[in-house]
Design a protein around this ligand. Sequence first.
Ligand SMILES: Cc1ncc(COP(=O)(O)O)c(C=O)c1O
Length: 290
Amino acid sequence: MSTTANTRAPDLTDQLRIWVDGTVYSDPSLARVSAVDHGLVVGDGVFEALKVTADGPFTLQRHLDRLTRSSRAIGLPDPDHGLIREAIAAVLEDRTFVDGKVRITYTGGPGPLGSHAAFGPPTLVVAADGRILARPSAAVVTTPWTRNEKGALAGVKSTSYGENVRSLAYAHERDASEAILLNTASHVCEVTGSNIFFVYGSEIITPPLSAGPLAGITRDLVLQWCDVTEANLSLTEAQAADEVFLTSSLRDVQAVHRWDEVQFSADPVGPRTRQVAELFAHRSAETPEP
Ligand SMILES: Cc1ncc(COP(=O)(O)O)c(C=O)c1O
C-alpha cells in the first residue's frame, strides 16, 4: 500500500456535467453565472459536496437539510430541494462513471460590488463528475492559522473557503494532503475538508461542535454507528493518540499515518481505524439515506 501523500485532487474530467438555470452543460466554459454574482464578488453563498455510488447520491437528504441550515445562517432564502433533486437527476442522467461526486452551489445571486445583501434571485449551480477514491491514509500538517469557533461562519458550509484553500496549499507545500486547524482556544478543531477523530486504546474522541468544526455528515454517521466521545484536545494531547482518522463525504473514513513529525504506526491504517472504516462501508452500503 502506498503512503505517498495524495496531494492533488483529480482534474475535472470529460464526465463533468453542470446544471445552470435548467440547462445541462458538459463544457464548463459555457455554464455561466453573472459577473456580479454575490457568491463570486464576496463569497456570499453556501455549498454541499456529496458522493455518488452505484446506488446514486449518498445521504442526499442530509446534505439538502444542511444546505438549508447554512443558507439560513448567512441570510439566504431557503433553497428549493425539489429543484435541486431535479438538477441532480439531470446531471447524473446517462452517467458513465460509478463513483462520482455532486457539488451544489447556492449563492445570493446578482448583487452589489460590496458586502450589502445581494439583489437576487439566488443562483443555483449543480455539477457532477466522476471521482477517484481516496487513499486509505493521509499525511497531515498543522497550519499556523486559527479557526474562529465564535465567528459568524463557524460551522457553516459557506463558499468563503479562501482560508481552506490557503491552508490546503500550505499542506501540499509540505508533502501532506490535509491541514489541521486549531481554534482560538488552541484546541484541535477540524481539517480543511474533513472532521478529525482520535483513538486512545478502545476510546474514540472527536472535537465537539462548540469547537467550531463543520457538522460533518460523515462525522454524524460515525457518531451514530460507533461509541465516540466528544471532547476538546490540545495539539499535544491529540498527537499523543494511538491512531488518528479523518471523515468526509468524499473520503469516508481515512487514516492519518503522519501528523507533522509524528508517525502513528507501522501500518498506515491502524487496527481501530480499520474497524471503523469497515463498519462505515458496511453500514453505508445498506441504504443511501442512513
Ligand atoms: C471544513 C469541513 N469540515 C468537515 C467536512 C466533512 O463534512 P462531510 O462529512 O459532511 O462531508 C467538510 C466537507 O467538505 C469540510 O469542508
